[in-house]
Design a protein around this ligand. Structure first.
Ligand SMILES: *Cc1c(COP(=O)(O)O)cnc(C)c1O
Length: 364
């Protein structure tokens, strides 16, 4: 167990204020009383460096030099996972070792230092133990954990930064999209979020920045989400701005885009593949094109589409909309398999269902 040096927040939220927030947390608007910080100094190129004393500090603004590398060259990566309070008051999270491994894959791509997995997990445990009262207990509610890493070396030269900060903050969360309503998604034809050899499979802020213009385009057409394709592979479907995507066929088959390096390897994606296999479904990870989507809907063989990620768990997709066509019925309703996979996943995460794969880790 890592030892953290702790500075308790001298002005924590009052129990009354905290309860107000937990009654209607929304998403990503309110933060708990503390945060974790661990500073690294070293040289990624030379393979040297060390993580300094892990700290728990009062939640608050970072003091940063305007010449900090992240502000100029965007060396930034992050993670997202949820903690749930179970019936007995204990707090658990879902497959955090996957996030620990992924932040290191992202770090490698972005020329940032690896973080020992134990330090990642201990940071979550430390923060959640300290701010345990911030874990909401309402249906579908959780404490969203946001680990992130930024280059905070003060230097405008272009190279891998030699000072990096790892931090974890936590934010009580309600239901991301509300309860299982089908969302329309916009097909981005003008913009890509990732390209071959790029950073599509790293969880970095830059990918999100690149997706926002497409999301604005979608917003303007009444779509809550946007989906990207790979024009170099016959418009193979990739993923949404921050979620992976699945297609359900009437012959008990589930199809999801294969990981080509331009798609983020979601923990939710991986878990759904397992749950579907457990049910005896055939799961195919393969190229799946826009034409197949259209043909599947027209023939009636493609019966359900859903998106998935930690924030929204599983979210039914209604129509796919572009400037030239609409694919899917106007009255799309959440599909049966979509909603049953969603329930199974949420039951495991919230401790209502059996954790038969050992996916849960106790945080507090
Ligand atoms: C985080 C993320 C996902 C979902 O990953 P989960 O591990 O399931 O939360 C999907 N796509 C992108 C681009 C992401 O950043």
């Amino acid at each position: 167990m890592t030892t953290f040096s702790t500075t308790p927040n001298p002005n924590p939220a009052s129990p009354q204020r905290r309860q107000e927030i937990l009654d209607a947390p929304g998403f990503g608007q309110y933060f708990t009383d503390h945060m974790v910080q661990i500073q690294w100094r070293g040289n990624v190129e030379a393979g040297t460096g060390e993580w300094e004393q892990p700290q728990v500090l009062p939640y608050g603004p970072l003091s940063m030099d305007p010449a900090s590398a992240v502000l100029h060259y965007g060396q930034e990566i992050f993670e997202g996972l949820k903690a749930y309070k179970h019936g007995d008051g204990s707090v658990w999270t879902f497959r955090p070792e996957k996030n620990a491994a992924r932040i290191n894959r992202s770090a490698r791509r972005m020329a940032m230092p690896a973080l020992p997995e134990e330090l990642f997990l201990d940071s979550l445990k430390e923060l959640v133990s300290r701010d345990k009262d911030w874990v909401p207990t309402g249906d579908g509610q959780s404490l969203y954990l946001r680990p992130f890493m930024i280059a905070n070396e003060v230097f405008l030269g272009v190279r891998a930064a030699r000072e990096v900060l790892f931090s974890v903050i936590a934010s009580p969360a309600g239901n991301y999209f509300g309860e299982g309503t089908a969302v329309d998604i916009w097909l981005s034809k003008n913009w890509a979020r990732a390209g071959h050899g790029g950073t599509g499979n790293a969880k970095c802020g830059g990918n999100y920045a690149a997706s926002l213009i497409a999301q604005m385009e979608g917003d303007a057409h009444g779509c809550q989400q946007v989906i990207f394709t790979d024009p170099q592979r016959g418009n193979a479907i990739e993923e949404l701005g921050g979620m992976n995507v699945f297609f359900v066929f009437d012959d008990n088959t589930l199809v999801t885009p294969e990981l080509t390096g331009t798609i983020l390897e979601g923990v939710t994606r991986d878990s759904i593949i397992q749950l579907a296999k457990d049910r005896g479904m055939t799961v195919q990870e393969r190229a799946f094109t826009l034409d197949e989507w259209r043909d599947g809907v027209n023939s009636g063989r493609l019966t359900e589409v859903f998106a998935c990620g930690t924030a929204a768990a599983i979210s039914p997709v209604g129509r796919l909309i572009s400037d030239t066509e609409v694919i899917g019925p106007d009255d799309a309703r959440p599909g049966e398999i979509t909603m049953s996979l969603r329930k199974e996943l949420l039951d495991i995460q919230t401790g209502r269902g059996e954790d038969r794969h050992g996916w849960l880790t106790r945080l507090a």
